[in-house]
Design a protein around this ligand. Structure first.
Ligand code: PEP
Length: 252
């Protein structure tokens, strides 16, 4: 195994009530998931964070939010502050997911402020970057994601950058059933790693139609330190299989 311990993070998006989230944790725990070589995190909706935290108990499963606001408190109706996320027991937060950039108009500057805020509250940001199908077809994937990465980490000290996680998620691969190839993703991720001081020590995940059957091929690449997973993270058996297969790939 390399110096960077792999991470599998499940993004549950707008799925799971409190009851469903806690049932997931109960069912996942009895599957005796393999945490020996791989870290794992689940990111439920805000409404299920505290209950999921309670259900996790002593299981070494991390808990993250799917977004947050960058200010500590104030007149921001409907928003959730970093402190509120910490209060629910989360220690991770996904920032700049392409769905939020698309539906909530989140910009590179917003993401940068959120990275600073997350670090201030000791939350580990999972910063999402990724190109559109158009940019991919035009051979602009590297340029696009390097630009997003540099913007997200502007003014952040390399020692803090190293504490963050980047998720490279080609937008066209998310939820499409058509992942990038491991070698093509690895090449883009190498460019991301070289774009900001500190990222050589940080974990960079691939995201986009990762399943138990293909996670091993991604994790086997030199610059892929795990995966951010949407639909295949919703079922406890599938999430446990993702961990087992990632673990087998790094242990071999
Ligand atoms: C995601 O939205 O972060 C994602 C990677 O989704 P999926 O695994 O379903 O493609």
């Amino acid at each position: 195994m390399g110096a960077r311990r792999p991470l599998v993070a499940g993004n549950w998006k707008m799925h799971k009530t409190i009851g469903e989230a806690t049932a997931f944790v109960r069912e996942f725990a009895v599957l005796a998931p393999d945490f020996e070589h791989v870290d794992a995190v689940v990111c439920p909706p805000f409404t299920a964070l505290a209950a999921t935290h309670a259900a996790i108990g002593t299981l070494p499963l991390g808990l993250g939010a799917q977004t947050m606001w960058d200010l500590d408190a104030g007149p921001y109706t409907g928003e959730i502050s970093p402190e509120m996320i910490v209060d629910c027991g989360a220690t991770w937060v996904i920032l700049g997911h392409s769905e939020r950039r698309a539906t909530s108009g989140e910009t590179d500057d917003d993401v940068q402020r959120k990275v600073e805020a997350a670090l201030r509250f000791e939350l580990t940001p999972i910063v999402c970057v990724g190109e559109s199908a158009l940019d991919h077809a035009a051979g602009r994937a590297d340029v696009h994601v390097v630009g997003q990465t540099r913007a997200a980490f502007a003014d952040i000290a390399p020692s803090d950058v190293a504490r963050c996680v980047v998720a490279y998620e080609p937008i066209w691969a998310i939820g499409s059933g058509t992942p990038d190839t491991p070698s093509s993703a690895n090449a883009v991720m190498r460019a991301i790693r070289g774009s900001v001081a500190g990222l050589e020590r940080a974990r960079i995940l691939y995201g986009g139609s990762v399943k138990p059957e293909n996670i091993g091929a991604f994790v086997g690449q030199s610059d892929i330190d795990g995966a951010l997973v949407g639909s295949a993270s919703l079922d406890p058996r599938s999430f446990a299989a993702l961990l087992a297969n990632a673990s087998a790939a790094v242990a071999s």
